[in-house]
Design a protein around this ligand. Structure first.
Ligand SMILES: Nc1ncnc2c1ncn2[C@@H]1O[C@H](COP(=O)(O)OP(=O)(O)OP(=O)(O)O)[C@@H](O)[C@H]1O
Ligand SMILES: [Mg+2]
Length: 321
């Protein structure tokens, strides 16, 4: 039954197609329209306004999804590119090291080869003059073996250096540095460079031995280049390693005058070099930093009053053994 005392329902007026009125409004204006219509005869417009909002929200959501998808693809592309670049750098660094090692081995072999050729020439002359007896032959055999041993050691070091090995193991810093020096010794000596290992006590670290050798080689080869480029007279490289409470430290310092100011803050980035094309690619120290990080450490450089001082710092509980 109809209640005669009940207030009549306020009539909600529906207007014809008011949507068009709202379509061009911006968000603030729309909100304003919501407020107004909530208190007016136009309450029927509320659901229309809500639809306008919803449509806009969905359109925005779609735009955002598209942007996100686009960004994800771009990030993935970027990651792929970086990985490809890193592999390329690794390959280039290996080739460069191999080239430098070949030079070192050539130097290393030159002297024993000369000696062998000299003693075999002498053998011929001494045989003709009749002075070849058992004692002569014994000495001859000993001399030739000594020279050949030197060549074989170099060759073995060279081969193990480039034998791909990806397993981590524990190795001694000192022994590793010494085996790098076996390879470069003659070349460095010929260029008047003395390397002084100042620490006595062996320290073990954990990682890939050849990579560590590569890091040391990169640093001392840079010193060699700086000595040569700048025609430095006093050519020394000091190597020091020690542990403190938290870290294993390896310091390599030269007397070549230091890193040029314009590159010192960027030398661990790829392709930063002051060397002419064909002489340097700027990858050596970038690779060295990657190796340092794999060892659970980091690489730093400062210029001292003599030259460049590199510090490899490895956190003890991560990198040590
Ligand atoms: N001991 C050093 N003394 C002076 N400058 C150095 C020394 N070590 C590095 N640098 C500077 O840092 C730059 C970057 O060294 P890095 O080993 O990364 O590249 P590179 O030696 O130029 O080229 P690559 O190692 O790829 O052959 C060098 O070009 C040089 O300017
Ligand atoms: Mg270099």
């Amino acid at each position: 039954m109809r209640n005669p005392f009940a207030k009549p329902e306020p009539s909600i007026k529906r207007r014809k197609n008011p949507e068009g009125e709202y379509a061009h409004l911006d968000t603030a204006e729309l909100l304003d329209a919501v407020k107004k219509s909530a208190h007016s005869d136009h309450r029927a417009d509320l659901d229309i306004l809500l639809n306008v909002f919803l449509d806009r929200y969905q359109a925005r959501q779609q735009e955002l999804d598209d942007i996100n998808h686009h960004l994800e693809t771009r990030i993935q592309d970027e990651v792929n590119l970086r990985e490809a670049n890193h592999k390329l750098y690794e390959q280039q660094a290996k080739m460069a090291a191999m080239g430098e090692m070949m030079d070192a081995v050539a130097h290393q072999w030159k002297q024993p080869l000369n000696a062998l050729s000299l003693i075999s020439d002498m053998l011929q002359g001494d045989f003709s003059s009749g002075s070849v007896d058992q004692a002569y032959i014994d000495e001859f055999t000993q001399d030739t073996h000594q020279q050949i041993d030197h060549m074989v050691t170099t060759l073995n070091e060279f081969r193990t250096f480039f034998r791909p090995k990806s397993t981590e193991e524990s190795f001694g810093i000192k022994r590793c540095i010494q085996s790098v020096l076996i390879l470069v010794n003659d070349e460095f000596m010929q260029k008047g460079i003395s390397i002084h290992i100042q620490s006595e006590k062996e320290i073990l670290i954990r990682g890939i031995e050849n990579e560590f050798k590569h890091l040391v080689l990169n640093i001392i080869n840079n010193s060699k280049d700086a000595f040569e480029e700048r025609k430095i007279k006093q050519r020394d490289i000091y190597i020091n390693f020690y542990t403190d409470d938290t870290h294993i430290n390896l310091e390599i310092e030269d007397t070549a005058g230091g890193i040029p100011k314009e590159v010192i803050h960027n030398i661990f980035k790829p392709e930063v070099t002051t060397k002419p094309e064909g002489k340097g690619t700027g990858i050596g120290l970038y690779m060295s930093m990657q190796i340092a990080q794999k060892l659970g450490g980091s690489l730093y450089v400062v210029n001292s009053d003599k030259g460049a001082r590199f510090l490899l710092e490895i956190l003890i509980n991560k990198g040590s053994f």
